[in-house]
Design a protein around this ligand. Structure first.
Ligand code: SF4
Ligand code: SF4
Length: 127
């Protein structure tokens, strides 16, 4: 089946991508590049490009619906890591479907059982 995220990227151009601010503080073990974030409130930061319409995360490379990559994939936030294409029962996740439909793409097809590894988050930079 391959990783559908590599030809999608809709969730990175639809949702506000926010996380606890320390995820972008290297002195506290954060990995998200600080210069790619902006404050959301006293407790949370967000990826630049995701706070206002038209939403598109600044770390997103490529064309949504064609070919995409996350330029900070190993350093992405917990919010990015938690967004799954499929639920554990093989049904497409609600967030995935919402983002894909908003970008004119159909929901992912359900799959049998657990998603094939390593589809555990929005798309690695390389297949
Ligand atoms: S999780 Fe869903 S919406 Fe996000 S890139 Fe993958 S297929 Fe697209
Ligand atoms: S996975 Fe990468 S491109 Fe997508 S929202 Fe997260 S940081 Fe941005």
């Amino acid at each position: 089946m391959g990783n559908p995220c590599l030809r999608c990227g809709a969730c990175c151009a639809y949702f506000r991508v926010s996380f606890y601010w320390s995820e972008a503080d290297p002195f506290l073990g954060g990995s998200v590049p600080l210069d790619l974030t902006e404050p959301l409130n006293p407790h949370r930061s967000a990826m630049r490009g995701t706070l206002h319409a038209p939403v598109r995360c600044v770390a997103l490379d490529g064309t949504v619906g064609e070919q995409v990559g996350c330029t900070i994939y190993p350093m992405r936030s917990s919010s990015c890591r938690e967004l799954e294409p499929w639920e554990a029962d093989g049904q497409p996740s609600e967030k995935c479907t919402k983002a894909r439909v908003a970008h004119g793409m159909p929901p992912l097809e359900p799959i049998e059982g657990l998603p094939p590894s390593p589809v555990d988050s929005p798309w690695p930079l390389t297949a």
